[in-house]
Design a protein around this ligand. Structure first.
Ligand code: ZN
Length: 145
């Protein structure tokens, strides 16, 4: 199986069925985004190896710099509830070109999820699949400490 399985026709890849719940959780979380400044609403979800799914939305702040991305909200929720070890992440935004995690989120996701599967999706059903190692090919982590 290829690492990347993007479909340009906007239809979901038939092999992505096991990720449907994750994408749905991210899409639902997106509806709760607090984005009054950018109006750029993002939802994310992480799947723990236990099977539990944790979702998050972006939460903006008037200072801008205190804004937190959906991916980090999702992973921090999971960590705060005692979960460790994750095998998949989904990110959903309303864009034609699918929205990947920002640099800060890639670092955080690598630290907690390692080389997990990353699913990018939009509201039209377009989906792309990556590995964290595709998005962050030479990560800094605890192995350097
Ligand atoms: Zn981010």
């Amino acid at each position: 199986m290829s690492k990347r399985e993007a479909r340009k026709d906007g239809k979901q890849n038939p092999q992505s069925g096991h990720l449907d719940a994750l994408v749905t959780a991210a899409r639902t979380a997106r509806e709760h985004a607090h984005a009054p400044f950018s109006n750029f609403r993002v939802g994310a979800a992480v799947r723990a190896k236990s099977g539990r799914i944790f979702s998050g939305c972006n939460v903006e702040n008037a200072t801008y710099s205190l804004t937190l991305c959906a991916e980090r909200v999702a992973i921090f929720k999971a960590i705060s509830e005692g979960e460790r070890g994750f095998d998949a992440v989904a990110v959903v935004a309303d864009t034609d070109t699918l929205t990947p995690p920002c640099g800060s989120c890639r670092q955080i996701l690598w630290e907690f999820c390692g080389d997990a599967e990353v699913v990018l999706a939009n509201l039209k059903g377009k989906i792309e699949r990556y590995r964290m190692s595709d998005l962050l090919p030479k990560p800094f982590d605890q192995s350097f400490l």
